[in-house]
Design a protein around this ligand. Structure first.
Ligand code: TXA
Ligand code: MG
Length: 360
């Protein structure tokens, strides 16, 4: 357990690294972010390089207070201020017209900027100390977002300067993204804040993403584990298992809410998932990483219910499954390897540190 003095020292050290143009992973309530000072173009470029992210995919600028909205965005509609007032700090990102000083490197050359105030106390302290931070999820492009400091250190520990450990993320999937650029608000990415909640704040209905903006999370294939993932309706699960059965048995994991149905089958590992949408989202990415590390040949996931609360989980599972059904499947690296975060050396010779302790 970190003491308040430890935490202050950790934040000071992280802010100092960020001030020198470094890259620091830090916790948010959704997933861990890969932070760099949003005003430092060279540092932002390093974030793209570390992730292997195409340069035209914009980043979210993380701020610590609503006052900073006007530093980054212009022509801010009342709807944005109302959503900010009610949902921030929290898992909501707003896309707004950008101010002219905002770098093309941050916005991917678009005339808009994405902004969010995260709800994790360490994130807020870090942004307060270091200034606004760009922070994509701290994983390689196309792969699963990290929900613990260990996930980040395992995947990126060699190439970043520090990992701030704030314990496991409480939400577990990336923020809801709403574009407020047009006449009607548009849902670009579903998350923990549901469309109905946004609609009740705004008093109007949300349009769905039309594919006109570049949102990597909206690519058809994304958020993929290494193990080939297939989504199966509950009623078809047994038949699918029978079809996949071989005399030697396939090493297969099955993610499903509730108890395993019927008899156990050789080679099949049942992974019991929560039957509550929020609890499922919280453990989803860590579960996919565990399946990857266990070296299963395949992963079958029973499709969660088609209900509003499950929108984000179904979206991420759908994109993960499509990574194995279309030619633009992400590269087979980055997930599941085990390295010791405490001994990982940075590319500039610095040690990547995973700091012990839980969120304050
Ligand atoms: O929960 C989250 O949002 C996490 C945590 C770390 O805050 N961050 C995150 O970042 O998921 P990233 O880069 O993995 O996803 C950001 C999404 C991308 O899909 C990006 O294209 C979209 O935000 N985005 C950023 N700026 C945009 C813009 N100007 N217009 C449309 N989409 C934008
Ligand atoms: Mg991401």
């Amino acid at each position: 357990m970190s003491t308040p003095r430890d935490i202050a020292a950790i934040i000071a050290e992280a802010a100092s690294i960020l001030g020198r143009g470094g890259v620091v992973a830090f916790p948010t309530e959704t997933v861990y972010g890969l932070g760099a000072a949003a005003v430092n173009v060279a540092a932002v470029r390093r974030v793209f390089a570390v992730k292997g992210r195409p340069a035209d995919h914009p980043l979210i600028v993380h701020i610590a207070g609503v006052d900073a909205l006007d530093d980054w965005a212009r022509a801010i509609p009342d709807a944005a201020r109302e959503l900010a007032r009610i949902c921030w700090p929290g898992p909501l990102t707003l896309v707004l017209p950008r101010r002219s000083h905002v770098s093309d490197t941050v916005t991917g050359g678009q005339d808009s900027v994405a902004l969010r105030i995260p709800a994790h106390p360490l994130a807020l302290q870090l942004i307060t100390a270091a200034g606004a931070l760009v922070a994509p999820s701290a994983n390689r492009f196309g792969r699963i977002s990290p929900t613990t400091a260990r996930h980040v250190a395992d995947e990126l520990g060699d190439s970043i300067d520090l990992v701030v450990d704030g314990g496991p993320c409480t939400v577990g999937v990336e923020s809801t993204i709403i574009s407020l650029l047009g006449v009607q608000p548009v849902l670009l990415r579903p998350g923990a804040i549901l469309p109905a909640q946004i609609e009740s704040v705004l008093g109007e209905s949300l349009a769905r993403c039309d594919g006109g903006v570049r949102v990597p999370g909206a690519l058809p294939a994304h958020y993929a584990p290494v193990t080939p993932l297939e989504l199966v309706e509950h009623k078809d699960l047994d038949a699918r298992l029978t079809a996949l059965a071989t005399p030697g048995g396939v090493r297969l994991a099955v993610l499903r809410a509730g108890e395993p149905p019927g008899a156990l089958r050789p080679g099949v590992q049942w992974v019991a998932m929560p039957d509550d949408a929020q609890a499922y989202a919280r453990v989803l990415y860590a579960t996919l990483r565990r399946v990857d590390a266990a070296g299963h040949e395949r992963l079958l996931v029973a499709m969660p219910p088609d209900r509003p609360a499950w929108l984000a989980v179904r979206d991420r599972l759908g994109r993960a499954a499509r990574a194995f059904a279309v030619p633009n499947r992400p590269p087979q690296s980055g997930g599941g390897q085990e390295t010791s975060p405490n001994t990982a050396a940075g590319s500039d010779g610095k040690r990547a540190m995973v700091l012990p302790g839980r969120r304050t």
